[in-house]
Design a protein around this ligand. Structure first.
Ligand code: BG6
Length: 488
């Protein structure tokens, strides 16, 4: 249970994230009795409205994105307040400070949640500092910063530098909602609470690792934000790199935030940034054909809506094992999965035709939508001499834990931030190393040697070039979480 009768201050309270995710998640936590009995939520934004109007907007949000129970809502709503103010105006922050002092009991902890456009993050932190709202003499003060954290390495470094003038790193919680997903956290349990996988989790047994975050939606109404940002900044720098880190890092000594993050940092440090030549043959960037027709997209936009990268981790465990990462919009299906492809058996003792090579086993970690884990292996086809077929051993969350067992990612993250547990939040050095790699790709794509943007049809699995990226290494993309077998 979070300590110190906390106040949650949401900057950007009139925005979409507050409505869709933050308030419904806080409401769910309240309903599950996970929040302390004494807490309050104060929304802060530029829109002029009263606390009453804010409450009724949030009620609509809970109806839409959670399940409203009237008595629970009434008691939750009585803890909601709204303060109108500018993000760069010291007077607004003075006003907020006065109101908080009136609402809070002595010694209340405070979580500031920055859910505003990213260009305001540094300004808000500076204003909090000027208004002396970040000192921890009376109780804890923490700041949650939404993504994107920077646009490239230089801007991320600058943002880190700026927030560090006001806050200690320990007060900063950089959010990546993928780390709030149950299946992503389960990667740690799967790898480190079971003894049977660790011995084979290395270059001796694994041939390649594939991480896919495919989305069927296109950028449609988000074009204004997306154009010029693109898939690398939107999905790779944060979500895919986190999946890569949890899949490949060494076992941390404990679940302590720094022990865990130190291991992630070591793995990122073991990935060399690409040279321009490498970008040309180890990465693919694509755009779905109708992207440029969308409102808000530049007519000749080069923004990639799809990318595939081949990443090498230069350490003892992973030397020679390619990690293939891909993500895109307007693809055939929404699926996020990590597929560990094992090596083929070294010798064929069965009398099968030479052209029928033995298939390799794989393990698929299904992050979403059908959360679970599948293990693909060969079985003898009954009533044949030595016929074989690939079969699956499957674990599904809904079968094992019941339907709706998986909470929204933001619930875990908000609770952890309130509890002061930063394990599922990204540290300054982690963010910067991840940007270092992304910068090298972006530089390569801008260079004259870059391969041209590859176009793909909406509803496909991306450009052919992405298949060629793996074919060159004698591999192919595997959809390990679909119900229909896709062997070989
Ligand atoms: C966000 C990206 O961070 O993640 C979006 O900005 C993307 O473009 C979303 O759609 C995907 O999240 P999820 O949880 O639906 O996989």
């Amino acid at each position: 249970m979070p300590s110190s009768n906390p106040t949650i201050v949401i900057f950007g309270a009139s925005g979409d994230l507050t409505r869709r995710k933050l308030v419904p998640a806080l409401y769910n936590l309240y309903q599950k009795h996970r929040l302390p009995t004494d807490f309050r939520i104060v929304g802060y934004a530029r829109s002029d409205m009263t606390s009453e109007v804010f409450r009724s907007a949030m009620r609509e949000a809970v109806i839409e994105f959670a399940t409203l129970d009237e008595p629970t809502w009434a008691s939750f709503a009585s803890r909601l307040y709204y303060v109108c103010g500018q993000y760069d105006d010291p007077a607004g922050f003075e006003n907020l400070r006065t109101i908080l002092a009136r609402l809070e009991p002595e010694g209340a902890g405070r979580l500031y949640y920055l859910s505003t456009p990213p260009k305001l993050y540094a300004t808000i932190v500076q204003c909090l500092g000027t208004a002396q709202m970040t000192g921890e003499k009376q109780s804890w003060r923490r700041v949650v910063i939404e993504k994107p954290f920077g646009q490239d390495l230089a801007s991320a470094q600058e943002l880190n530098r700026s927030v560090h003038t006001v806050l200690d790193e320990k007060q900063i919680y950089r959010i990546d909602h993928y780390l709030g997903k149950e299946t992503v956290q389960n990667l740690l349990v799967f790898r480190f609470a079971n003894a049977i996988f660790e011995p084979i989790w290395n270059r001796n047994y694994i041939s390649n690792v594939q991480i896919t975050a495919a989305e069927s939606v296109d950028v449609a109404h988000r074009a204004g934000y997306y154009d010029g940002v693109g898939v690398l900044r939107d999905m790779f720098q944060n979500h895919l790199m986190q999946l890569l880190a949890l899949t490949s890092m060494e076992p941390p000594a404990s679940f302590d935030a720094d022990a865990l993050r130190n291991e992630k940092v070591k793995v990122f440090a073991a990935i060399r940034p690409y040279t321009t030549e490498e970008v040309a043959y180890r990465t693919v960037r694509g755009q779905y054909r109708t992207y440029r027709d969308a409102e808000g997209v530049a007519p000749r936009s080069e923004t990639p809506t799809y990318a595939a990268l081949q990443i090498s981790i230069d350490n003892w465990r992973w030397q020679g094992v390619p990690f293939y990462l891909r993500s895109g919009k307007a693809l055939q299906a929404k699926t996020t999965e990590i597929v560990i492809r094992f090596k083929r058996p070294p010798h064929m003792m069965f009398p099968i035709p030479a052209e029928d090579k033995l298939r390799s086993n794989y393990l698929a970690i299904c992050v979403q939508p059908d959360e679970g884990i599948h293990l693909r292996f060969e079985a003898k086809q009954p009533d044949t001499a030595a016929g074989m077929r690939s079969v699956d051993m499957e674990f599904h969350y809904d079968e094992a834990f019941g339907p709706r067992a998986i909470p929204e990612a933001y619930e875990r993250l908000l609770l952890d931030a309130l509890n002061g547990d930063a394990a599922l939040f990204t540290r300054a050095d982690e963010i910067e190393l991840s940007w270092r790699l992304m910068d090298s790709v972006l530089r390569g794509w801008e260079s004259p040697q870059a391969a041209p943007l590859a176009f793909y049809e909406s509803g496909s699995w991306g450009p052919d070039e992405a298949d060629k990226l793996l074919a060159r290494d004698n591999h192919h993309w595997t959809q390990g979480c679909s119900h229909t077998p896709t062997t070989p």
